[in-house]
Design a protein around this ligand. Structure first.
Ligand code: ZN
Length: 544
């Protein structure tokens, strides 16, 4: 991954090779930063941050010397990528961003596939959950970049990410450049002329992909984590080192190389678009997805995640050095869209006896079939996945819907792997919580994920440490999405050159990020948000 980062950046950056290192004694930050860099590391749980923090020596070590909230929270229940990214720069919970999941069921859709993708424009003819036109139309609140461009139209709002939904939900509606990798090349939904650095990044990836990648070297700390677990034979995880055949784009994405490529493009765009050199602040959102792909593919506790995080630390170091060489006055926020749960097999070996995989018969479609047979109804009856939002078939008569609801609640409540089930009516009566997010009840977490126009009729909560992946397969052995803190707790880190290291123990939700950054750059927030400005070094919160 260092190879890619160096090759793309180096070609753009010949002039910086001799840049002076920063002075040793640094003045505290003053004035407003000219560039806001917001980095989301997909599936970077606070548990992982805590564990690896002492081992970081690069970009993550640098950020660790800023203001660090190790008890940050994606406070809502549906801890998935799209909702998580929607909270980071809107200051709002999914209940208000409208992004209740990566997908949701819209029974009014006039197509066979009733599942809508969060960053899809389903009005485009032929659009489907998997073959869609990317759009921000489902996002109901403005982002930091939207506010910045409203206040200062000449400011630039840019996003780069490994996933389209990460780029869209962080940057919002009024965007100058937005790029994400589509599996073959960088793609954009924003109709603007592509900067030259995008073509160079595509070329650099093609060149890297064309050659075999030898297994990465294991540092001693990662060697200690190397222990193979055989899941569904021949699927083995725990000892992987990211060896890859030439041309294997899927393996490229599930590896540290991927974040290196995204950071290289971000650095190239900052340079080419001269972000941070204007009289008003610019914003770049960077979505780093490889940690999530590695977590899903191998779990969070083995050699693979160790190599990924130590590589990310180095890639971020290279990225920040480019910004330093440009002598930019930039402020960084780093957080995550959600945490994650390791494979139950390894968790049990570590003494978490409750860790287990879900019974596949708990999937909404399976439960729905049983209920339909019992009540002599036709149709799917229930729509949804294993845990989370469940929709009752709207084409049923009201009396039958009520019967289906009663049956479904009784079924779920009788299951040993189910913690609780709530109706939408119950959740709608709960007030959106404002207390410290570690104190929220399960109902309050679900309320923060609840949008009456999109949410299901029921919300099914799996017990703690029950993985919804009933049967692991290649690329998908572990996941996130639950109401539990291993999925909710994420680091929230604010950094700017010259800040004094501050470890903050308080529990705060990601909805604080927007108002805090807005205060840092003197930007008024004119619409309702859920978060409040945090008083940290360099930030004076507006009086209320
Ligand atoms: Zn994610």
């Amino acid at each position: 991954m260092r190879k890619i980062l160096v090759s793309v950046i180096a070609s753009a950056l010949a002039s910086v090779a001799c840049a002076q290192p920063a002075a040793q004694a640094e003045a505290p930050p003053s004035g407003t930063p000219k560039l806001i860099v917001v980095i989301s590391v997909d599936q970077f749980s606070a548990d992982l941050f805590d564990e690896y923090r002492p081992h970081f020596t690069g970009g993550l070590a640098r950020l660790s010397n800023g203001t660090v909230f190790r008890n940050g929270y994606q406070a809502h229940a549906a801890t998935e990528t799209c909702p998580g990214h929607s909270t980071i720069l809107t200051g709002s919970h999914p209940a208000h961003t409208g992004i209740i999941g990566n997908t949701w069921v819209d029974q009014s859709l006039q197509r066979s596939d009733r599942t809508v993708y969060c960053a899809e424009d389903e009005r485009v003819p032929g659009s489907s959950t998997t073959a869609y036109t990317v759009s921000s139309m489902h996002l109901k609140r403005p982002t930091l970049g939207d506010y910045v461009k409203q206040r200062w139209p000449q400011s630039l709002n840019v996003a780069v990410a490994g996933k389209d939904r990460a780029a869209v939900m962080m940057s919002g509606h009024n965007v100058d450049q937005r790029w994400y990798w589509d599996g073959k090349k960088f793609a954009s939904d924003v109709n603007k002329v592509a900067p030259a650095t995008v073509g160079r990044a595509d070329q650099a990836i093609a060149t890297a992909l064309a050659v075999v990648r030898e297994p990465l070297e294991l540092p001693p700390f990662c060697q200690a984590k190397t222990k193979p677990y055989t899941l569904t034979p021949p699927l083995i995880v725990g000892a992987g080192r990211f060896a890859r055949a030439a041309g294997d784009a899927r393996a490229f994405r599930v590896s540290p190389e991927y974040d290196g490529a995204i950071l290289a493009l971000a650095a190239g765009l900052i340079q080419e678009m001269k972000l941070g050199t204007h009289s008003t602040p610019d914003v770049i959102s960077v979505g780093l997805s490889a940690t999530d792909y590695v977590g899903h593919g191998f779990g969070a506790g083995g050699a693979e995640m160790c190599l990924q995080l130590l590589s990310l630390d180095r890639s971020l170091d290279g990225f920040f050095r480019v910004l330093d060489s440009e002598r930019l006055d930039y402020a960084v926020v780093l957080t995550a869209d959600h945490g994650g749960m390791d494979i139950p097999e390894r968790l049990r070996a570590k003494g978490i006896a409750d860790a287990q995989r879900a019974n596949p018969n708990l999937a909404a479609t399976v439960v729905g079939k049983e209920i339909a047979a019992k009540l002599k109804l036709s149709g799917p009856v229930l729509l949804g996945d294993l845990g989370g939002d469940v929709w009752i078939d709207r084409s049923l008569r009201p009396a039958d819907r009520a019967r289906v609801e009663r049956e479904a609640i009784a079924f779920y409540k009788a299951q040993p792997q189910i913690e609780a089930v709530f109706t939408a009516r119950q959740i709608a009566r709960v007030a959106l919580p404002t207390a410290s997010p570690d104190k929220w009840s399960i109902e309050q977490r679900i309320r923060a994920s609840f949008d009456p126009s999109r949410s299901g009729d029921l919300y099914v909560v799996l017990r703690r440490y029950v993985s919804p992946i009933a049967e692991p397969g290649p690329g998908y052995v572990a996941t996130h999405g639950s109401v539990w803190d291993y999925d909710r707790r994420v680091p929230i880190i604010f950094w700017r050159r010259g800040m004094v290291r501050s470890d903050r123990p308080d529990h705060v939700s990601t909805v604080v990020i927007l108002p805090t950054l807005a205060a840092e750059i003197g930007l008024p927030i004119t619409q309702p948000i859920d978060g409040r400005c945090l008083s940290i070094e360099g930030v004076t919160c507006p009086s209320r």
